[in-house]
Design a protein around this ligand. Structure first.
Ligand SMILES: NC(=O)c1ccc[n+]([C@@H]2O[C@H](COP(=O)([O-])OP(=O)(O)OC[C@H]3O[C@@H](n4cnc5c(N)ncnc54)[C@H](OP(=O)(O)O)[C@@H]3O)[C@@H](O)[C@H]2O)c1
Length: 200
């Protein structure tokens, strides 16, 4: 199984870490500070989730990035080229307190994000639902929550879809970043914030 790194240990990073922990899946999680600052979080999540540095998280096979939009450049600065590894973009170009969308100069947010992670196969995922919904079961027997994803590399999309499945959800691949990404981008995507369950 691929190793998982998580950069950003806030609402969304820790929510997905919790989902992984519930399935016994290992991950290394990092924030902007020393790993010790995450001691309470990892102790709550259990033994499969380790606190690490940003560099350690970024060195894993699949790296989830969940950082406030304006802080992405600093969070990803100076990391080595990703060398074809998968980076999941869970970020949305809008943030508190103003909630005014950032100007993306005609690009999708994941195209802008890709510029911060050279050499990565970027897959957009985990961005379109409130954090509480990506850490929990649906509560409906036989139903799994739908998480959309999009990326330009079919094999990377399949890997992320598999990880999402292992974490207890169902991934639905909407195609390329350009075509599929805008459908669940926040703000504006028609599928954003849709809390959908798949039976069977
Ligand atoms: N909250 C949601 O429900 C939700 C849902 C879907 C998508 N998203 C998206 O996910 C992203 C994160 O949102 P969030 O709500 O999880 O934010 P958050 O709770 O504010 O957490 C942000 C995390 O980023 C870390 N960070 C900031 N600068 C960093 C750096 N230089 N290096 C490493 N880590 C750094 C912070 O670490 P420190 O604590 O050390 O500063 C913190 O752990 C945003 O783009 C948001 O749009 C959020």
């Amino acid at each position: 199984m691929e190793t998982i790194g998580i950069i950003g240990a806030g609402a969304i990073g820790s929510a997905f870490a919790k989902a992984l922990a519930q399935k016994g899946i290992k991950a290394v999680i990092a924030n902007s500070r020393e790993p010790e600052s995450l001691a309470d979080l990892v102790s709550e999540l259990g033994p499969t989730i380790k606190a690490g540095t940003r560099e350690e998280a970024a060195a894993q096979d699949i790296v989830l990035v969940a950082v406030t939009w304006s802080k992405l450049p600093a969070a990803l600065a100076g990391l080595p080229d990703f060398g074809g590894r998968i980076v999941i973009d869970a970020n949305n170009p809008i943030e508190a307190p103003e909630f005014k969308p950032f100007d993306l100069y005609g690009k999708t947010s994941s195209e802008v994000f890709a510029e911060f992670v050279p050499g990565a196969r970027v897959v957009k995922a985990l961005n379109h639902l409130p954090a509480a919904l990506v850490s929990s079961d649906t509560g409906v027997e036989g139903a799994r929550r739908v998480l959309f994803l999009a990326g330009d590399d079919a094999a990377a999309n399949a890997s992320v879809s598999r990880l999402i499945g292992q974490a207890g959800f169902v991934g639905i691949d909407l195609g390329s970043i350009k075509a599929g990404g805008p459908l669940f981008q926040i703000p504006g995507g028609q599928l954003a914030i849709q809390n959908l369950l798949k039976l069977g």
